[in-house]
Design a protein around this ligand. Structure first.
Ligand SMILES: Nc1ncnc2c1ncn2[C@@H]1O[C@H](COP(=O)(O)OP(=O)(O)OP(=O)(O)O)[C@@H](O)[C@H]1O
Length: 261
């Protein structure tokens, strides 16, 4: 049985304004539609400049789209003001590519993970520390790391801290913008497996953005959308795209993936 849609994106269009007279506006995302269902992962895969990050920013309402609809749990986000969005943000959490850059260098791991609870008024001094330990446990990090700062952690450990921070307020959807691209290949599989476990254990929906079709094959047993020049050119289960790519651009991605595999 298919689960209900949690995120429904319809005809999403993102355009960046002209920078001066000589640079025309950029149509980064052109009428893109997709659905992420409860407890499922949708992978968006495409090359550099295909519009992946612009879609992530629009879904998270960090950049308002020019047109189109973004419905989250039945609620249209595009018309909401900042106050209404702030109430929704705990349920809709980002994880970014650069594990060091996305953590504050001054904060210890404990405070990084506690921060969203504090910001959203959910920090309880009695139960908070145990919640931080629970979150470290969820991302398979030893509790002894709680006192460290980012420069005392590996890239993989930093990304796990970023995921723990995203999980702190019990989100329903993670928007993962190239979450393993900056990591050493030897630690990528660990993060990919962790995300799959979190999806299955917590029923957590995920929009997983990547440029590598080989990686996506391990991530999204459910559905993959191939993005090219701001448009979705093909969708299907990862194994089907791998074995029988229909669109010439998917074949290009496949050839690149096979070269590096
Ligand atoms: N702030 C901006 N102003 C103008 N153009 C932009 C801006 N951000 C992105 N673009 C352009 O929009 C298009 C899509 O960019 P986007 O970053 O969304 O793609 P991407 O698939 O995430 O690329 P990459 O993998 O290289 O990060 C590109 O042509 C890019 O140059």
């Amino acid at each position: 049985m298919t689960s209900p849609p949690l995120l429904e994106v319809r005809d999403l269009t993102v355009r960046y304004p002209a920078r001066g007279r000589r640079t025309p506006p950029v149509l980064a995302v052109d009428q893109v539609s997709f659905t992420v269902r409860q407890g499922e992962t949708l992978a968006l895969v495409g090359g550099s400049g295909s519009g992946k990050s612009s879609i992530a920013a629009a879904v998270l309402m960090l950049r308002r789209p020019e047109s189109g609809s973004v419905r989250f749990d039945g609620q249209e986000l595009t018309g909401l003001d900042e106050r209404a969005l702030r109430r929704l943000r705990p349920a809709l959490q980002p994880v970014f590519q650069d594990p060091y850059g996305s953590l504050s260098p001054r904060l210890r791991v404990h405070d990084t993970i506690a921060e969203p609870l504090r910001v959203h008024g959910r920090w309880d001094p009695l139960t908070g520390p145990a919640r931080v330990r629970e979150l470290l446990d969820l991302v398979r990090l030893d509790g002894s790391l709680a006192r460290r700062r980012p420069h005392e952690l590996s890239g993989g450990q930093c990304q796990r801290v970023g995921i723990a921070r995203a999980l702190a307020c019990d989100p329903r959807l993670l928007v993962l913008d190239e979450p393993v691209s900056a990591l050493d290949p030897s630690v990528r599989a660990g993060i990919v497996n962790l995300l799959a476990d979190l999806r299955d254990e917590l029923g957590l929906s995920q929009l997983f953005i990547a440029h590598d079709l080989a990686l996506v094959r391990h991530v999204a047993r459910h559905q993959v959308a191939v993005l090219h020049h701001g448009r979705i050119v093909e969708t299907g289960p990862a194994d089907r795209l791998w074995d029988a790519p229909g669109h010439p651009y998917t074949r290009e991605l496949l050839a690149a993936a096979r070269l590096t595999a």
